[in-house]
Design a protein. Sequence first.
Length: 652
Amino acid sequence: MSRMFAQVVFNIPVPGPFTYLIGDLTDCEVGARVIAPIGRRSLAGFVVDILDTAPPGLPELKRITRVIDREPLFDADYLNIARWMSELYLASIGECLSAMIPGGRRESELPALGADDTAFSARPFELSDEQNAAVQAICDRSDGLSYLYGITGSGKTEVFLSAASRTLSEGRSIIYLVPEISLTHQVTETIRQRFQETAAVLHSGLTGSQRLTEWRRILSGEARFVIGARSAVFAPVKRLGLIIIDEEHEGSYKSGASPRYHARQVAMKRCAEQGARLVMGSATPSVEAYHLMEQGRIRRITLSRRLSGGTLPQMQTVDLRGSPGVLSRQLVDEIRTTHEQGRQTILFLNRRGFAYFFHCRSCGYQMTCKNCSVTLTYHKNRELMVCHYCGYKTRPVEICPECKSLDVGYSGFGTQRIEEEVASQFAGYRIRRLDTDSVRKKGTLEETIRAFRDGELDILLGTQMVAKGLNFPGLKLVGIILADTGLSMPDFRAAERTFNLIVQVSGRAGRFMPDGKVIIQTFHPDNDAIRMAAAGQVDQFYAQELSIRSSLKFPPFSRLLRVVFRGRSGDRVAGCASEFSRLLIARLERNGEVLGPAECPIGIIAANHRMQVIVKAFRFDAAHAALRSAVQSFHAPRDVYLEIDIDPVSLL
């Protein structure tokens, strides 16, 4: 027994596995985490195999130091998912397992379940005929792909929960994915109350040890309904029957660190292997999902009517060109009218801070981050210029450092500046701001949402936190301060994101009464994404976007493979990108097209220069194999790093 060997992988970008002596550690099993020496340090790793004899040709073996887990955290089927991810996303198995499994060293108590009332009933609502038909369509097969395509406020959540109840009654388990757990507090609490002991919640508010406690409940079969953000797709449920992906279009389902997996792809793999249903849903599907529905490869289930007495809101576009301030006369008048009626307003701007760049009016100098090629954002309450990429902070200047002019100031506007202007325009109104800066204190987000829902606030001003997943009975007016913020992004998905955001934010209005109104302020009223969103021309937008993508051979008419090179030396980074591009072109043949090497749109982040090489893959398997071969044969210097992203959602 003392001479048995364990194969261990680590959260490092090195393939492995590494072989160790088990010694007298009798509780070392496949699926457990261990501490073992690697190089000059000791790391936590995952045991992926136990051998009776060591592979030939190895030097003297080191011993595992200790075993962390008394019982395994994963089994052979789970390990197969990690191996599949490693193949697809070109990451090590250790990196994949580390992304899949909680990092706590020991189990600990979970926080008490919240008992606050929610906008949803803990008991199921009476479903409409359309909703009942949707539930039946989802559940009439034990597996397969469905898409619940419903306008905002059409009751998608109740359809999901009813399908989940049916799945539980079959003795099978559910994973319910949401874009960000903090934005779907109402749904989470409903699931906790309605499904009680069978529910487990995996979210960023839990410590690693608390997540491990929930993980054990799921492993044991005690918890059969798991709700969480992206990584909850890995929950080790027994007898998987259904995965729900709410707001499928959201970019947060894509991981930004290795392995750069997409929860939608992992969900499809798990459902296919385990014979489970996958149902996705949104009022604004991703262009890729819409295309699959058009082709009949995903079954479309439509919800066309709003419930709770609501109708789609009246939409009005306001041209900001020539407007003296950030609040147009039309929006100011509507806010006053709404307040006089005892109703509420949401003002949306997808930008934090006070102003988003500081410049000299004499010479055009802009105050930029010393580490990144982006402008700094002015935060007035802290009197600081802040970089939202690396966190660099500095004081604003009063004299231009380039031409010594005193004529310096701020351009653009963030939520803090809007808050200041709204407060001065609407004295006596109860106003609250909701963005990443304002909710740093624990509990602020939930308390603000509760106060607005209960009618204790007149105006809620915020970023994406107010854009989706929330129901407010007293809300009449939604004002989109500037619909253009994402349009100038150098990314082929810019129009899609702008369209989605307008439709989603607008969807907060008119849910409970048929008099909702949305005012969209823009400097580009004729832009197709803004014009079609305001007119409710959803299918027309997708048809046009698909036509443009087809002519350019962008997804869904190809798949993208992206490699980013970063390092302190711009010349070394550029040299590596060029050398890699030549290697890749030689292997790719006619299976794809190489774009670049080129500087990334954000060329420097945290003092690292960034170059990218992008492949438009026309034959994915062959292009992927060419990329793998190029990566394996390319040897980057120690000070240049490669980031590999299969099917990227952002090209910045």
